[in-house]
Design a protein around this ligand. Structure first.
Ligand code: 5AD
Ligand code: SF4
Length: 444
């Protein structure tokens, strides 16, 4: 991400983003806010006047990455004492001044709900640490995105925070309570993106399908209704959303999967475990059977939908039987792909104090689970061969005349298309499945 400007007082900003897609979105918005202060993005950390680390706190490993990166920045800052170092995101929210205590080279710490104050902090007109949950909406205080042309696929945050309090998860503490952005803001931002060349929008939220708000017709809208409204925007060809909770898969959302052609046949629906005992201990508030029946209803509405999920293995108290139940659920559903993680105890969460299971057992279970998921992913990809899918071209490939894009099912697809342009949405017949991508041919 490099930008150009003609002002002489231009300063360079380097942003490193860890973690989820919402952090990617937040980093873009912080870049815009700092752009108004005369900062342009650089990809060269060594040249930067300011380094901003937008952090993730979800697992211990993710959080510790911040400290190893800060350790490396010490030498750089020793050479260039004027360089500013900022820590943003969920570690900033969770650890606040502890970060500066451990790493005094950090100049400022800003939480995910307060980054609209970043410019004032950089100017020295706000405290060095700002991690409150303000009454005002940060989006009201951020500069409008610059009217530049955009890549064909974009993110749009519609909801933030979480009230579910799963026993393992820091999100309700780092991102705060569930808040939905108002309908008219979302539709305005979506129309603006489309006017700048965007054809695919991924709606983001920690509990995105819990979104609700007062609609344009004066009624209370659910997430399915919002998707229908987005489906009316001319030029918006693809809609996706992530991440969802099974308990918020309302009927109107399932029906949107049946009725809205722009809504892609792909759903990330984390289940975490297939054991009712563990689901209860995790405070997920549903059983494995309820999840399976929900999947049946979703597939009845949209038979070609691809499902993906998240799993945690080695949650406190997990037995061999619980693990077997999870493997069985995976067999029963058949996922297109999935993320799986070894349980990581997070300070401040209800599960933190619970006795951990043997690490070697957890490792072995993770391997077994990942082997099964990898097999399913391979099968799902192989099943694409021979099918004709939409592919939105996002960049050129390494070979001349080659385009790379995303299929309806989010697979990367390589296509020989010398006359095509980035942003074209082509019909492509899949001819081959490689480990992490597909190869396809243009359909005349
Ligand atoms: N340990 C391991 N994995 C976790 N996740 C969230 N918290 C933890 C934790 N403490 C996983 C869940 C969630 C995904 C984003 O990260 O699977 O869905
Ligand atoms: Fe975390 Fe559970 Fe909320 Fe997802 S639903 S963000 S896992 S607390």
């Amino acid at each position: 991400m490099t930008d150009e400007t003609s002002t002489t007082a231009v300063k360079k900003l380097f942003i490193k983003t860890y973690g989820c897609q919402m952090n990617v979105y937040d980093s873009q918005r912080m870049a815009e806010a700092m752009g108004a202060e005369g900062y342009v993005l650089t990809e060269d950390q060594a040249q930067a006047d300011m380094v901003l680390l937008n952090t993730c706190h979800i697992r211990e490993k993710a959080a510790e990455k911040l400290y190893s990166d800060l350790g490396r920045l010490k030498t750089l800052k020793a050479d260039r004492p004027d360089m500013k170092i900022g820590v943003a995101g969920c570690v900033a929210q969770a650890e606040g001044e502890e970060i500066i205590r451990r790493m005094p080279l950090v100049d400022l710490v800003v939480g995910p709900q307060t980054y609209h104050r970043l410019p004032a902090m950089v100017r020295g007109e706000a405290p060095r640490i700002v991690t409150d949950f303000p009454e005002e909406d940060k989006f009201d205080h951020l500069p409008a995105p610059r009217a530049t042309r955009r890549a064909p696929a974009a993110f749009l945050t519609v909801q933030e925070g979480c009230d579910k309090f799963c026993a393992f998860c820091v999100v309700p503490y780092t991102r705060g309570a569930e808040v939905s952005r108002p309908v008219e803001r979302i539709l305005r931002e979506a129309r603006d993106l489309v006017s700048r060349g965007v054809r695919e929008i991924t709606l983001l939220g920690q509990n995105v399908n819990g979104w609700h708000g007062a609609g344009e017709d004066g009624r209370e809208w659910g997430f399915g209704r919002l998707i229908r409204a987005l489906g009316d925007i001319d030029g918006l060809d693809r809609i996706r959303y992530t991440t969802s909770h099974p308990n918020d898969m309302a009927d109107d959302l399932i029906e949107a999967h049946r009725d809205v052609p722009q809504l892609m046949p792909y759903l990330h629906l984390p289940v975490q475990s297939g054991s009712d005992r563990i689901l209860k201990a995790m405070n997920r508030k549903h059983t494995s059977d309820q999840y399976l029946r929900l999947i049946d209803r979703i597939r009845a509405a949209r038979p070609d939908i691809m499902l993906t999920s998240d799993f945690i293995v080695g949650f406190p108290g997990e037995t061999d039987q619980d693990h077997a139940d999870t493997l069985r659920l995976i067999e029963q559903v058949g996922f297109g792909s999935a993320f799986s993680f070894k349980y990581s105890p997070r300070p401040g969460t209800p599960a933190y104090e619970r006795p951990e299971i043997d690490a070697a057992i957890a490792d072995a279970r993770l391997q077994e689970l990942q082997a099964l998921l990898t097999r399913q992913q391979k099968d799902a990809q192989a099943a694409m061969v021979g099918r004709t899918l939409g592919v939105l071209f996002e960049k050129t490939g390494r070979i001349a005349g080659q385009m790379v894009g995303k299929s309806d099912y989010l697979h990367s697809v390589f296509v020989e298309a010398p006359d095509a342009r980035i942003g074209d949405l082509a019909q492509v017949r899949i001819v081959e499945s490689a480990p992490n991508s597909l190869r396809g041919a243009l359909v005349a």
